[in-house]
Design a protein. Structure first.
Length: 202
């Protein structure tokens, strides 16, 4: 397969196999960050016969993904868009159904490999797609809730969140001069006793 020139660096690549025809399989692949690789998804889509593969390196919550927009623009009547997983297309149920509607208006099919060979724009496919997308969205919400709860619990226990705080050597020495021991200083400043001893010797 001959690869076309890079479009939207680090966000979207378009792979062209032949000139535009009808009944084309069009692939869409996405990862969330620039560090992640699209290769596995692209290889899977190409193996299925996708003649165009559009890609994005962006969050599924980003509705302005250039690869997605270009894919929707390129798709024609009787084409079928193929995506490896439901959450690669969209994380939000409403957005997912909006994409499906846009394709259906153009007379295009939509297949998600994790849902089998069902065309999402069929009656039964739409029901399945709605359920799976809603589950993906709910799982993301649960992860966010667990993360938030963990942070609140850690904060309540006095655990410092984020970047380590810088240790004030002069403050350590001042507290020691005032009669405070290493253990008490460590507890007061939320640092290790070894750090206290090291600074007192400095």
């Amino acid at each position: 397969m001959r690869r076309a020139s890079l479009i939207y660096p680090y966000l979207m690549r378009r792979y062209r196999k032949r000139t535009r025809g009808s009944n084309m399989l069009i692939g869409y692949a996405r990862v969330s960050t620039k560090e992640q690789s699209l290769d596995i998804q692209i290889e899977e889509l190409e193996a299925l016969g996708c003649e165009e593969v559009y890609t994005d390196k962006a969050s599924g919550d980003d509705f302005t993904r250039p690869g997605l927009k270009e894919m929707l623009r390129f798709a024609r009547k009787t084409d079928t868009v193929v995506c490896c997983k439901t959450d690669r297309l969209a994380r939000d149920t409403i957005h997912a159904l909006s994409i499906a509607d846009d394709l259906k208006k153009k007379g295009c099919g939509l297949k998600l490999l994790d849902l089998g060979d069902t065309d999402i724009n069929s009656t039964m496919g739409r029901v399945i797609y709605t359920i799976i997308s809603a589950l993906a969205e709910a799982e993301k919400a649960r992860i966010n809730e667990r993360t938030s709860a963990g942070r609140k619990e850690a904060k309540a226990k006095g655990v410092h969140m984020g970047r380590p705080q810088s240790i004030d050597c002069e403050q350590v020495k001042r507290l020691n001069t005032e009669g405070m021991g290493a253990t008490a200083i460590a507890k007061e400043l939320n640092i290790g006793r070894a750090s206290v001893y090291r600074m007192l010797k400095a």
